[in-house]
Write a protein that binds this ligand. Structure first.
Ligand code: NCD
Length: 346
């Protein structure tokens, strides 16, 4: 694909507007093709995608595996508890074992930030030609989720041409446990990269003030910001301040497994102040949609009736859009080697 230069996909801080445009355009093409069942696309025929998930996952893993199958790739899964890691094998040696079996793409999820990066760097040093795709690392990054959220919003604002321009100047509110969320971090890079302004809303224990500067400089290890003019980021403490004028609202799961104790006085109080409901959404205009990356704590960050309301909730749409977004990423990474023409249904 012209202009695409990423050997791995590890975060969205390194994505230019053209990169976002490339992924969204491919995803839109994949989304509109009837690719299920016998009508799979041959684009990744002969390729092997191996998923290495060291953390639980419902959506991300199945979505990657389905995306790979729809492009005719072979799929292999690794289960840490039943592996030689418990016998002391290093992560790099485990990964190289899968590469020796023919893996072309490793999809890696790990509870520690930076694991997909160091794996990619070490595999590059060993001269391996495998591509590493992060499926979520610690609190750091979840690029495919950030991209599917971007795609879902872009399709909502401009269904026929869901490119980066459809996000320009929009006000997107992200409410909830930003501190523990790799999804919020990836969304911050993606949304501001496409020119949207992001309003973050949560109590100080879940949203330190420094998040206002999150995209002000490239992350350590990256020399320059590939985006010339990003949208702004604002930190606010109440939904009453955040919601008026919003074009979309994303809420995040309270990540109890990552929290120290006493970050919240009670879940009830949290729901009263930061939980989304139809009544709360009356603070923004009619038809403003809500998103949630899942898994959801019903009745905590979002009321069940709002989550299930097809006129307001884009949650199922996010899950559906995850497949063409991951197809686009797999296609772009595997296409670093010669491939047959990908975009005609077999
Ligand atoms: C998220 C994750 O794992 O980071 N879920 C997902 O991949 N859809 C968010 C979460 O766990 O709350």
């Amino acid at each position: 694909m012209s202009g695409w230069s990423h050997r791995h996909v590890l975060d969205l801080a390194s994505f230019s507007v053209e990169d976002f445009a490339t992924v969204l355009e491919l995803a839109q093409r994949f989304r509109s093709l009837p690719v299920a069942g016998a009508r799979k696309l041959p684009a990744l025929q002969g390729r092997l995608m191996t998923s290495l998930f060291f953390e639980p996952s419902t959506r991300t893993r199945s979505s990657f595996e389905l995306a790979a199958k729809r492009l005719s790739a072979e799929v292999q899964s690794f289960s840490p508890s039943a592996s030689s890691l418990s016998k002391g094998e290093s992560l790099l040696d485990t990964a190289r074992t899968y590469v020796a079996m023919g893996a072309d793409i490793l999809v890696v999820r790990h509870r520690c930030a930076g694991v997909p990066h160091s794996l990619a760097r070490d595999l590059d040093r060993c001269g391996e030609r495998v591509a590493v795709l992060s499926a979520g690392d610690g609190l750091h990054s979840h690029p495919s989720q950030g991209l599917l959220d971007l795609f879902t919003l872009a399709r909502h604002f401009s269904p026929e041409a869901p490119g980066p321009a459809s996000l320009m100047g929009r006000r997107i509110v992200i409410v909830g446990d930003v501190l523990h969320s790799r999804v919020a971090r990836s969304n911050l890079w993606a949304l501001t990269g496409c020119g949207a302004d992001v309003v973050l809303c949560a109590p100080p224990t879940l949203l330190p003030e420094c998040f206002a500067d999150f995209v002000a400089a490239p992350p350590p290890g990256q020399r320059a910001d590939p985006v010339a003019a990003r949208g702004r980021v604002q930190v606010v403490r109440s939904l009453e301040e955040a919601l008026p004028g919003a074009d979309a609202v994303m809420t995040l799961r309270l990540q109890k497994e990552r929290m120290q104790q006493h970050l919240l006085t009670s879940l009830d109080t949290y729901h009263r102040r930061y939980g989304l409901s139809h009544r709360r959404l009356a603070l923004c205009g009619d038809g403003v949609p809500v998103l949630h990356p899942g898994p959801v704590n019903r009745g905590v960050e979002i009321a069940g009736e709002l989550l299930d309301d097809p006129d307001r909730s884009l949650v199922e749409e996010q899950v559906r859009n995850g497949i063409p977004i991951r197809m686009a990423l797999l296609y772009l990474l595997a296409a670093t080697a010669p491939l047959p023409p990908p975009l005609t249904a077999a």
